[in-house]
Design a protein around this ligand. Structure first.
Ligand code: KIV
Length: 263
């Protein structure tokens, strides 16, 4: 089993081989996904899908580090990318301090930060210090309160141009890949064509170099709402719910445990 590295990502792009990415927040799921995924993101989406919070804001660096340690413990093959949470990179010093915590307290391979043009300097400083950085552009969930909702990006020509220019700048300051969320598919395709680093898309069309989904969305565990870009590969919620019901029924009927399950 060959560990996926930044060089693997470069080769995937060169050979037009799609990158398979998914989120994970613990070792158990990571052990299952690791066989198939090239990249596992410890996303701050965990604050919504696992902590039942209304948005991703409010998760701490400590919590993200705890989950990143768990994911790293379960992974052997996939590239592990940790999400830097809201407020942990508002200036260069804070970004360097917190990035260092992720690198020294976990075995993650890279970090992801939600950025706009104002944050190019932060990405540049992190790369110069030796961090592998995947900026996240387009729809940025950490900006949901500031923007008043989740809005698809690149619909207007000027916004499309800005996104393409931003992606090119991020490449020029050393980003090893770029995550595109909620970007119009034509704009995501143009970015993918115009940068030499791989793009990983979510809700950004099929032409990105790779795709990522939040695992609880993809496997039907998160039922609050289903964004248009999510495909359900399983009905996990129903599967677990039925199993839980059978267990509860057995306990109440005193048919669990039986003699063979007892000492
Ligand atoms: O936090 C997360 O899971 C993400 C994905 C939506 C890409 O950033």
């Amino acid at each position: 089993m060959q560990k996926i590295t930044l060089s693997t990502f470069k080769n995937y792009k060169k050979n037009a081989q799609k990158i398979v990415a998914i989120t994970a927040y613990d070792a158990l799921m990571t052990q299952i996904f690791d066989e198939y995924a090239d990249m596992i993101l410890v996303g701050d989406s965990l604050h919504m899908s696992f902590n039942a919070s209304g948005d991703t804001l409010g998760i701490s660096v400590d919590a993200m580090i705890y989950h990143t340690q768990a994911v790293c413990a379960g992974a052997r093959r996939a590239l592990i990318v940790a999400d830097m949470p809201f407020g942990s990179y508002y200036n260069v010093d804070e970004a360097l301090k917190n990035a260092l915590r992720f690198y020294t307290q976990t075995r993650c391979d890279a970090l992801k930060l939600e950025v706009n043009a104002d944050k190019i300097g932060i990405i540049e400083s992190l790369v110069k210090e030796g961090f592998a950085i995947m900026p996240h552009i387009g729809l940025k969930p950490q900006s949901v309160r500031a923007e008043g909702g989740y809005k698809v990006k690149g619909k207007q020509e000027n916004e499309a141009k800005e996104l393409i220019a931003l992606a090119k700048e991020l490449e020029s300051v050393g980003a090893f890949g770029i995550l595109l969320e909620g970007v119009k598919k034509e704009v995501a395709a143009a970015i993918t064509q115009q940068v030499s680093v791989p793009t990983i898309g979510i809700g950004s069309g099929v032409d990105c170099d790779g795709q990522i989904l939040v695992w609880s969305d993809a496997f039907g565990f998160f039922s609050e709402f289903k964004p248009k870009f999510v495909r359900h590969y399983a009905n996990g919620r129903e599967f677990v719910s039925k199993a839980m019901q059978r267990y509860a029924d057995d306990v109440r009927a005193k048919t669990f445990p039986n003699d063979e399950e007892s000492y």
